[in-house]
Design a protein around this ligand. Structure first.
Ligand SMILES: *Cc1c(COP(=O)(O)O)cnc(C)c1O
Length: 388
């Protein structure tokens, strides 16, 4: 599923060493690069040679980060962005024209949902939604102007799984671009391109950084599509900063070991919660009770680091659980070394009506745990005392 020498490529993919023969890649904090002479400058702008001109276009640190992600995802090319959302937005903005249509899973990241409902309609781009449990509805939503099929798997925050192979087949049959936000899985656990995705998007802010420090995003895929995304982005300016690229490229060196441990801890938390009398509907892709367990096993190496569950007693019980947490953090992030708990119904999704929340799989008692790397006994003890 993932490249056999994943760790080696994550560690040994490196930009050319400078004259100092540094072991670890240096940080190139420079906005621009110099030309040898007028002819060099002309040829560079004419793209007759591949070289760095200006860090909004390319930068050595950003190129190293992109090259690693491309190798990990089995992609030809990519472009790196300041945040995951700038990757999502720029991908749509570069590829869609006024009048185009998107078919998307209903359950997507909150800001992506806002993009579909509040902002893309300004440019006459519309979206139709399918329930993650009813992928057989997709074909009925496709219109002559549909251009993109979009989904995340696992989904945020309900941890549902979509069958990527099925999505790949539908996209191919109807000549749509399949775009997958692979943030929850990381390139280590799942490679959507193998199942027919044309483009893969990551928020690097989550498990790729993994230590809650920097923001970033990346889109990878076929050369031609990335070329369009690159030209749009080079002119509109959502580029990843070289400093963040340097941090993120270093983070990728430890992605495999970190994510292995995250998944091991998350499975233990999920098993503990499943056996607790005050919880219900515990959802983790690699629990046998997960509705899409077989699909998760088919397309993922391990189950990821996010566990969703319900506290008996609705919104009030969910809030009470959060107020009783001591060790874990109440924070809006996920994929950090530190375990984070959130209660979507009273926070990120509080503005939605109860019916709308239900549609994206958010019940009032739903709690999302992004399981970190603390000693597993301490994580479970904290959750246990908060449930009590
Ligand atoms: C966080 C997240 C994003 C957005 O990433 P940012 O780096 O916060 O802009 C997009 N998709 C998913 C699934 C996410 O979890």
């Amino acid at each position: 599923m993932y490249s056999k020498n994943f760790e080696t490529e994550a560690i040994r993919t490196q930009i050319e060493r400078s004259e100092f023969l540094e072991h670890s890649s240096p940080l190139y904090l420079t906005s621009s690069f110099v030309f040898e002479d007028a002819e060099d400058m002309r040829a560079s702008f004419a793209e007759e040679k591949e070289r760095n001109i200006y860090s909004r276009f390319t930068n050595p640190n950003t190129s190293e980060f992109i090259e690693k992600i491309c190798k990990m995802e089995g992609a030809e090319a990519g472009y790196a962005f300041a945040t995951g959302m700038s990757a999502v937005f720029s991908t749509f903005a570069a590829l869609l024209d006024s009048g185009d249509h998107i078919v998307s899973a209903r359950s997507v990241f909150g800001s992506t949902h806002s993009l579909f409902t509040k902002f893309l309609p300004k440019w006459n781009i519309t979206t139709s939604y399918f329930d993650v449990q009813k992928v057989e509805d997709i074909e009925g939503l496709i219109q002559p102007n549909t251009k993109i099929l979009y989904a995340e798997s696992p989904t945020n925050p309900a941890v549902d799984i979509l069958d990527l192979e099925y999505l790949g087949k539908v996209a191919k049959k109807h000549n749509l671009l399949l775009v997958i936000d692979n943030c929850f899985a990381t390139p280590y656990l799942q490679n959507p391109i193998k199942f027919g995705a044309d483009l893969v998007i990551h928020s690097a802010t989550k498990l790729i950084d993994g230590q809650g420090r920097v923001m970033g995003g990346v889109t990878v895929g076929g050369e031609d599509l990335i070329r369009e995304i690159y030209l749009f982005s080079r002119n509109t300016g959502p580029a990843l900063s070289p400093f963040n690229a340097w941090v993120l490229s270093k983070s990728l060196e430890t992605l495999a070991v970190r994510v292995d441990k995250h998944c091991e801890n998350a499975l233990k938390v999920a098993e503990f919660l499943e056996n607790h009398p005050k919880t219900k509907n515990v959802k983790y892709p690699f629990l046998k009770s997960h509705p899409q367990y077989a699909i998760a096993k088919k397309q993922m190496k391990l189950g990821g680091n996010v566990v969703a569950f319900e506290v008996e007693g609705g919104v009030a019980a969910g809030k009470k659980f959060l107020n009783s947490i001591k060790l874990c953090s109440l924070s809006a992030n996920l994929g950090d070394t530190r375990t984070i708990v959130t209660h979507p119904a009273s926070t990120t999704h509080a503005k939605l009506t109860e019916k709308d929340r239900q549609e994206v799989g958010i019940t009032d008692g739903l709690v999302r745990v992004s399981v970190g790397l603390e000693t597993i006994k301490d994580i479970i003890e904290d959750i246990n005392q908060a449930l009590g």
